[in-house]
Design a protein around this ligand. Structure first.
Ligand SMILES: [Zn+2]
Length: 117
């Protein structure tokens, strides 16, 4: 039995998951090394020194963006798996329920306000 609140959170998270994956696929491809991971793509602008320098700069941007996206993806996936296990919304630190208000603002929150502070 899943309540209305969780239903809404789940939708928000699933939308976010889609969005993150879309962004990841633009700048990265699925990693060969680990199934869940992504590797940033190396851009190809051309062969001149200028173009090569731009490629390196763009690649560095992609790398850090890819890292951020990947960790957001993990958080969203964790929250979704917690929903399906019925463990969503419980503070990892003190085991208390996290306030709905906090979860509405930050659906991937893993700790309650008092533990966060
Ligand atoms: Zn707590």
């Amino acid at each position: 039995m899943i309540d209305k609140f969780l239903e809404t959170i789940k939708k928000v998270l699933q939308e976010r998951l889609k969005e993150i994956k879309k962004q990841l696929e633009e700048i990265a491809s699925k990693s060969q090394r680990n199934q869940k991971g992504y590797d940033a793509k190396f851009p190809n602008y051309g062969r001149s020194d200028d173009e090569n320098a731009e490629e390196v700069a763009a690649f560095e941007d992609s790398l850090s963006l890819e890292k951020n996206l990947e960790s957001s993806l993990e958080e969203v996936e964790l929250a979704l798996s917690n929903i399906s296990k019925g463990k969503y919304g419980v503070c990892e630190t003190c085991g208390q329920k996290i306030k709905k208000k906090r979860l509405e603002i930050l659906p991937t929150a893993r700790d309650c306000m008092s533990c966060k502070n």
